[in-house]
Design a protein around this ligand. Structure first.
Ligand SMILES: [Zn+2]
Length: 582
């Protein structure tokens, strides 16, 4: 089960009491459970001999006694009585609607835009919106303006990210949303705020409700924008003002840019990315744009890295974009003067080309000598931008000199991961298999670093930071899978691997293929996914899910010590084979 660093565990699986092996065990769902799914699976086990009944019906089990049947859910309360040999357990699942209920006699709670203070440039559109009962009349006052809001005919909300795993990706219609847009005018010198919009609702029965939005709307003066500097290392830049939005290339500490918009705690920088206010500090209110010329470029070798060193007039925002055999480095707010490049003799970069891709964006393309990139990192030293590329490892007859980081997923009673049919949690299997794999890799000469040796509670970002610090040759995060409630635990099996940067794709695909083919395991696909443990840039970094904890057959295989040893052999062989193939 994987965890997106910004969100709580996506697929919570709560264990019930561990029981002796002679008894009936229901590990999921918990005794009382709420869900919006249209079906639910019951995960558990009982001794192989005899029958398990759910609400009087016999259910399918595998040869070791595990079961994971799914049952449809009606809206409201659903009661499941699970029986085995005189023992009985009752589970109550309450199904609620996935759609928020429409308000009857007022605005839906927190539905008036904006909910937080916002700021925009003159000329931008501001769209006011509110959720109200059908057939109402909704108006709003914004400064001197009065707007009539109309029902949104085709507003849709996308299915959440996890729907990719269940295949149910249809967009859902949003009902009850009323909208109207207006263009912001130039602020006057006295008045740069429009205040909070005041909404008025006339219900079909004639009653009316008036409510003020929580957030105010400010208009920024384009000649007096604030310049901020990134203080976080690195700053997290996104495509929008919420952690739901995609990540852009992290901004190295020291980057400067002007603020062209605000949404609560988020700031929009002039180059386009959004960053939290807390990750920056104000350095100027002069309104002077952040701009740089670029001319000569130098380079040097520093231990395992080849560094490209680009002197700038000011630390501008950057974007790094990898392809199979190139690294593109885009400098925003930058104009080229095409000076001389000095590229040292190095094992990684063949040559560097450049292009002025827009009047204000300059792009370097680093052409690599091999078709495998081994990691990159960026930093500012004052106004000097340094892009470092990891040099390819040199392989001996064994794995001497190779540094491998293993990350056993989850840990501690706070973070069990998925709990399998027989009650064993994912965290116990990931550490067992990781230790077996560590011993094999160490025997082959590799240096192995583990994110945890014991039953420790370590967050995904902390683990990723260790990867950035250690700079291993490769990093592998080991997990076992589970499903959201709507999934089919009885039928879903297989190994999956996740990569994020192109430099990690080959390793993800190779290990997935190697394990599925060598051990004749089912495939559950190779995914691109923005996971904390796939996100480090300093090394090819892969997260692998080695089977489903909640599938009756796979749970038996996953928890069998003989099979765990075979799996560790196969992973060690696979890692070495991939390193040699590169
Ligand atoms: Zn996991």
């Amino acid at each position: 089960m994987f965890i997106l660093s910004e969100n709580p565990p996506a697929i919570p699986v709560a264990p019930q009491q561990r029981s002796p092996s002679s008894s009936l065990l229901v590990v999921y769902p918990p005794v009382a459970h709420n869900t919006t799914a249209s079906q639910i699976f019951l995960i558990g086990s009982a001794p192989a001999a005899g029958e398990v009944l759910v609400n009087g019906q016999r259910i399918r089990r595998n040869t070791t006694g595990n079961f994971s049947p799914s049952f449809p859910l009606v809206m409201g309360e659903n009661k499941f009585v699970v029986q085995y040999s005189g023992q009985s357990k009752t589970v109550v699942v309450v199904r609620t609607s996935a759609q928020p209920e429409l308000p009857i006699d007022g605005f839906a709670k927190d539905s008036l835009y904006p909910n937080v203070p916002i700021a925009r440039l003159p000329g931008e559109l501001i769209c006011l919106s509110a959720i109200a009962p059908p057939n109402s009349k909704v108006t709003a006052r914004l400064g001197q303006q009065s707007l009539t809001l109309v029902p949104g005919a085709n507003t849709m909300t996308l299915a959440d990210n996890l729907s990719v795993l269940t295949g149910k990706l249809d967009a859902q219609a949003v009902t009850g949303k009323y909208q109207a847009c207006t263009q912001l005018s130039q602020p006057s010198s006295q008045n740069t705020t429009l205040g909070a919009p005041i909404y008025e609702l006339k219900l079909p029965d004639g009653r009316s409700v008036r409510e003020t939005a929580k957030g105010t709307i400010d208009i920024l003066d384009p000649a007096r924008l604030t310049t901020v500097e990134v203080t976080a290392s690195p700053g997290v830049a996104r495509t929008g003002s919420d952690t739901e939005f995609a990540r852009l290339t992290p901004l190295p500490q020291g980057v400067r840019d002007r603020v062209t918009g605000k949404d609560g705690i988020w700031q929009r920088l002039s180059y386009g990315g959004w960053i939290k206010e807390a990750e920056t500090k104000v350095v100027s209110r002069s309104g002077v744009p952040v701009e740089s010329l670029v001319s000569g470029v130098t380079s040097r070798l520093v231990s395992d890295w080849t560094e490209l060193r680009i002197p700038l007039q000011t630390p501008v925002p950057i974007t790094v974009n990898q392809t199979d055999r190139t690294v593109h480095l885009t400098l925003h707010h930058t104009i080229s003067q095409a000076g001389i490049q000095r590229l040292v003799n190095n094992p990684t970069i063949s040559h560097v080309t450049w292009q002025q891709i827009t009047p204000t964006q300059m792009q370097y393309t680093l052409h690599l000598k091999t078709n495998q990139a081994w990691g990159y990192k960026t930093r500012y030293e004052g106004n000097l931008l340094v892009l470092s590329l990891k040099n390819p490892p040199v392989l001996a007859s064994n794995l001497k000199g190779i540094k491998i980081l293993l990350d056993p997923g989850h840990g501690s009673s706070e973070d069990l991961g998925a709990v399998g049919n027989g009650g064993i949690p994912e965290k116990d299997v990931t550490i067992a298999v990781s230790k077996l794999l560590r011993d094999r890799l160490t025997k082959r000469g590799a240096t192995v670093i583990m994110t945890r040796e014991g039953d420790d509670d370590i967050g995904p970002n902390e683990r990723a930071q260790l990867i950035a610090k250690v700079e291993p040759t490769i990093a592998l995060s080991i997990h076992y899978n589970a499903l959201p409630d709507a999934g089919d635990a009885e039928k879903t099996q297989g190994v999956s691997a996740f990569w994020y940067h192109p430099q990690s794709q080959s390793l993800a695909q190779f290990l997935h293929d190697y394990v599925t083919q060598t051990l004749d395991r089912k495939s559950d696909n190779v995914f691109w996914n923005n996971l904390a443990l796939a996100r480090p840039t300093v090394t090819p970094s892969v997260l692998i899910e080695l089977g489903y904890m909640i599938n009756p057959e796979e749970y038996t295989w996953i928890t069998d010590p003989v099979q765990q040893n075979k799996l560790a052999d196969t992973l060690a062989d696979g890692i070495e084979a991939w390193l040699r193939s590169r």
